[in-house]
Design a protein around this ligand. Structure first.
Ligand code: CP
Length: 335
């Protein structure tokens, strides 16, 4: 329950004020304090969402998704609606001037006139940066190619801290062993998640990347391995999932990687099921959509934190949006 998280954080909104009018491009824009405050605000909202039903009244979100999405688009739109705002949604680039060759800078200039915030998903990692150059309203990266998906990673961390609130405390001396099934260099959700873990190294006992033997490329995106090692996170790799599962506290599994205009799946031989040798207390996270790698027979078990992860994303996004678009102190006053 989010209330468990409330008890671990100091009452201080200063860091949230810095999010006003910021573009959200990468998970590494956040620091420990901003994350602590954001998770605390998300937990407050989750505890009583109806108290936060008006902060974005009169504000318009432009929800531009040029690549399929269930959770990210709908949870952003749900978050904006719950905060009292209005939405204009694009779910297909062929219905916009882009189909007639309009450049992204011109589209961004129109967005400046029509809305107060943009959420963009695009298979082309560079589109975000092209639009940013022309935007005077904030934009949020909702997944750009194989690059990043920062708000997914914030939702992942929010789920972990709700599961074990002591990990977020300044004097935390608890550590967890985390296994990631996937290829960080090719998966934007994993890449952003690792950036968040690098911000909380004191919570990580060890990080194990579980990948199939056919992955011959460098496992990590440029500089990410060095970034993790620099903050003291112990890293290892494993190709036999069941050998390492019994020692893991958190199993983060993902198979999908967007490459160009379509997606690939990795690790087809990895299947988590209710029979997998998981620690009794272990939790499973998955950004979803799932494939065969995550069996539905895990859904009714205590390992299933992936549905909580998806649900919490609404409240995490409510917290983020309200700090970016409305003044955070007005929301904090409500608390
Ligand atoms: N987690 C996530 O990005 O899901 P969608 O692709 O459904 O948005």
């Amino acid at each position: 329950h989010p209330k468990a998280l409330l008890r671990t954080i100091e009452e201080d909104g200063d860091f949230l004020l810095k999010l006003a009018d910021q573009h959200i491009v990468s998970a590494d824009q956040f620091n420990v304090e901003t994350m602590r405050q954001l998770f605390r605000l998300a937990a407050k909202i989750e505890s009583n969402p109806k108290r936060f039903s008006t902060p974005l009244k009169g504000k318009i979100l432009i929800s531009a998704f040029y690549e399929p999405s269930t959770r990210t688009r709908l949870s952003f739109e749900s978050a904006w609606h719950r905060l009292g705002g209005d939405i204009m949604s694009i779910t297909d680039r062929s219905t916009t001037g882009i189909a007639k060759g309009e450049c992204l800078a011109d589209v961004a200039e129109m967005f400046n006139n029509y809305g107060d915030c943009v959420v963009l998903r695009d298979t082309n990692a560079g589109s975000l940066f092209e639009m940013m150059d022309a935007l005077r309203i904030p934009i949020i990266n909702a997944g750009n190619g194989i690059d990043e998906h920062p708000t997914q990673a914030l939702a992942d961390m929010y789920a972990i801290f709700k599961w074990k609130p002591e990990l977020l405390a300044e004097d935390n001396d608890v550590k967890v062993k985390i296994g990631i099934v996937g290829v960080p260099g090719k998966m934007r959700t994993v890449r952003s998640f690792l950036k968040c873990l690098a911000i909380f190294p004191q919570a990580v006992e060890e990080l194990v990347i579980i990948h199939d033997e056919t992955v011959t490329d460098e496992l990590f995106a440029d500089g990410q391995r060095e970034e993790l090692e620099a903050v003291g996170i112990k890293l290892s790799t494993e190709t036999v999932m069941d050998d390492v599962l019994p020692s893991l506290d958190v199993v983060y599994i993902n198979a999908i990687s967007w490459e160009g205009d379509s997606f690939n799946t990795y690790g087809k031989e990895f299947h988590l099921t209710a029979k997998s040798p998981l620690k009794e207390s272990a939790i499973i996270l998955h950004p979803l959509a799932r494939g065969e790698e995550l069996s539905v027979d895990l859904d009714p078990t205590s390992h299933n934190w992936y549905f909580s992860q998806a649900r919490g994303a609404v409240f995490l996004r409510m917290a983020l949006l309200t700090c970016m678009v409305e003044r955070a102190e007005r929301v904090i006053d409500v608390v």
